[in-house]
Design a protein around this ligand. Structure first.
Ligand SMILES: *Cc1c(COP(=O)(O)O)cnc(C)c1O
Length: 248
């Protein structure tokens, strides 16, 4: 039986237990980390997850959720009517969809071009708000992977830094897929070092590092993550698209 078939109470119990387990691991890893005094925010990545699981996780006390697809994310925000939830945009974002983000998502993790920065800025300015963003870095130089080349990041920070309605708060990373989570560690440490040198180079504070997923969030917290993006470990395997059933 998949967890989707479980009665509500069992779903609730399972998800609450998952949340407690992940929170404990974050606490322990934080104590063993490069900077034990900082705060780490757990972002539950709920892409392709049904609303009842999201509700169960929110009922257990989780208030930060991440979505990867614009339309699916907006539909869920509307359907859940949970004003306490802070939504994060964690997927790759095309500039022609950027206008849907400001006002709905508290933090964009995936800024990777000046064009996208301009589009987000334009909408944030129209709404009279400031949109917090992180720059996604392609640290491994993987071809066809989202994220900006590390060499270009200083330029993007300067350009976006000049936009009054954007607030660049740090960096985000997706390390290459690996079966051993220890293989992610050098990338996590690398992102922290890149952040430190960018702060020196640009004179801007970049307090946030978004790194670590279900399989490697322990290593990420040990290496300095301030935001971890955990999906399946909290919500179970992704059953697929839940609202209109089409591919997003
Ligand atoms: C899907 C996804 C996650 C969560 O992945 P899990 O392995 O389910 O924890 C985190 N970050 C991004 C950008 C994702 O697309």
């Amino acid at each position: 039986m998949s967890s989707r078939d479980l009665p509500d109470e069992e779903v609730q119990q399972k998800i609450t237990a998952n949340l407690n387990r992940v929170r404990k691991k974050i606490e322990t890893s934080l104590r063993n980390s490069v900077d034990p005094e900082r705060e780490v925010t757990l972002v539950a990545v709920s892409k392709k997850q049904p609303l009842d699981r999201i509700r169960a996780l929110a009922a257990a006390g989780q208030m930060h959720f991440g979505e990867n697809y614009v339309q699916e994310g907006l539909e869920k925000i509307k359907a859940l009517e949970y004003p306490e939830i802070k939504w994060h945009f964690t997927g790759s974002l095309q500039s022609n969809k950027a206008r849907f983000i400001p006002g709905q998502f508290a933090l964009v993790h995936s800024l990777d071009s000046v064009k996208l920065a301009r589009a987000l800025h334009k909408k944030a300015a129209a709404l009279g708000i400031v949109q917090p963003v992180l720059i996604q870095v392609n640290l491994a130089g993987e071809v066809q992977k989202a994220g900006m080349d590390p060499d270009q990041v200083p330029w993007l920070i300067r350009e976006a830094g000049g936009m009054d309605h954007l607030d660049v708060q740090g960096l985000m990373l997706m390390p290459p897929l690996a079966d051993d989570p220890e293989k992610s560690r050098p990338y996590f440490a690398g992102l922290r070092k890149l952040r430190d040198s960018l702060e020196q180079e640009t004179g801007r504070k970049l307090p946030h590092l978004s790194m670590g997923m279900s399989q490697d969030f322990v290593q990420a917290v040990e290496e300095g993550a301030t935001l971890v993006r955990v999906g399946s470990l909290l919500l179970g395997p992704r059953p697929g698209c839940v609202l209109t059933g089409k591919q997003w």
